[in-house]
Design a protein around this ligand. Structure first.
Ligand code: PLP
Length: 404
């Protein structure tokens, strides 16, 4: 019997990937082309502290190396090793999170997000994500055939979530909402009043809150960070944290999730999460031993990191105040600023032009989503002053050249 072949033998990628975007890395490919031509790129685009003047604390490296020497080189238990789980739980309790139903270690917050959304959603369910958003969430939702649905962050109110808008976006298919605090890309830190309003909405509509707190220790104005789960022991909350940013080890891919809430409500969901954790065997074994070292060991690097970030944030704010066509809400956490640029061109054309002519790499606001008609760029202020200052100067020069 003869076999018929389809017209094309190309192996096509799944159609749902059409909605997967990650502008942060997509633009970096263009910059690499320029770098190959010998151009020196000033990178204000990637949130990796280790490529600048921040170093992974030595006691974390030693804890991971010791675990390897001690033979922790097989698979780990699926939820994570005991000292790590205990340290994460103790830390969560110290922040006021009660009613903890499970704690687990993952390969970065990225894996935790993928796993907990996969464990929750049926196709066509939806989860409310902020606009602008860190693009991972919408990428995972696209992968799951879930419906994207966003709520506004209000630039005129320091990028706080617009909770009335959030509630108005809830439909019968909405299962959860994402809160990123401190925020990427805006650098906003949410007030207790805002967090309490979000909790109320989640409670009223029986939603799971996904609270991304990967920047919780990087508070630039000295205020304490509030974990939303601490305000609502009865509401289902998945809190994410990790070593990538606060502990300066993004390449290790070590993070965690904490599920809190009423056990009678979240029990079946927790079982689903555990099932997926077992199916992927385990997170990186020896590097998990850096978690207790991080959470319970010296925190000296943090003060130094926050001091540097505060100085660099202030530099960006000085620049924004004195640059025509630029306005910026002052970031109060993390290491991102999301200035608005008042130009007739699209923000995509702007960042491509800026890269081609001035060799400064920033990410366009559209890569995160932005209110229609507005144009933003995301500036990462991790680079030291000798990179940041000339890069900002080149953005000014580009603006003056094209829109004098
Ligand atoms: N969540 C937010 C808000 C982030 O900004 C990032 C990385 O930039 C991640 C999660 C990814 O974290 P990880 O390196 O732990 O996967």
């Amino acid at each position: 019997m003869s076999r018929t072949f389809p017209e094309t033998r190309e192996i096509l990628a799944a159609a749902r990937l059409e909605h997967v975007r990650y502008a942060i890395r997509d633009l970096a490919v263009l910059a690499e082309d320029l770098a190959r031509q010998g151009k020196q790129i000033l990178p204000l685009n990637i949130g990796d502290p280790v490529i600048f003047d921040f170093q992974t604390p030595a006691h974390l490296i030693e804890a991971a190396a010791k675990a390897m020497r001690d033979g922790c080189n097989g698979y780990a238990p699926s939820l994570g090793v005991k000292p790590a789980l205990e340290a994460i739980r103790a830390e969560a309790e110290s922040k006021g999170i009660r009613s903890i139903q499970t704690v687990f270690v993952t390969e970065g917050v990225s894996e935790a997000v993928d796993l907990v959304l996969t464990a929750l959603l049926e196709p066509h369910d939806s989860v409310l994500t902020p606009l602008p958003d860190y693009p991972l969430y919408d990428a995972v939702l696209a992968k799951l055939n879930a419906r994207p649905n966003s709520y506004n962050l209000d630039e005129s109110n320091g990028w706080q979530p617009d909770v009335d808008h959030l509630e108005s976006q809830i439909t019968r298919s909405t299962r959860g909402l994402v809160v990123i605090n401190p925020n990427n890309p805006t650098g906003a830190v949410y007030s207790q009043a805002t967090l309490e309003k979000i909790v109320e909405v989640a409670r009223r509509h029986n939603l799971v809150i996904f609270s991304d707190e990967i920047y919780a220790r990087l508070m630039l104005d000295g205020e304490p960070h509030i974990s939303i789960a601490s305000l609502a022991p009865d509401v289902p909350v998945v809190t994410f944290g990790g070593l990538s940013k606060e502990y300066l080890a993004p390449g290790w891919r070590v993070a965690w999730g904490i599920v809190s809430g009423d056990p009678a409500v979240v029990g079946p969901y927790v079982q689903g999460i555990h099932k997926l954790l077992r199916a992927r065997l385990s997170a990186n074994h020896p590097l998990q031993y850096a978690i207790p070292a991080a959470l319970q060991g010296p925190q000296d690097h943090l003060q130094e990191t926050v001091n540097k970030l505060r100085r660099r944030r202030d530099l960006v704010m000085d620049w924004s105040h004195k640059t025509r066509r630029v306005s910026c809400v002052s970031p109060r956490g993390a290491f991102y600023a999301f200035p608005r640029v008042d130009i007739p061109d699209s923000d995509d054309d702007f960042v491509r032009g800026l890269l081609a002519e001035e060799h400064v790499l920033v990410v366009n606001g559209g890569g995160f989503g932005q209110a229609p008609g507005t144009r933003h760029v995301r500036i990462v202020f991790l680079p030291p002053e000798h990179i940041l200052e000339p890069a900002l100067g080149k953005i000014t020069a580009y603006l003056e050249k094209h829109w004098p």
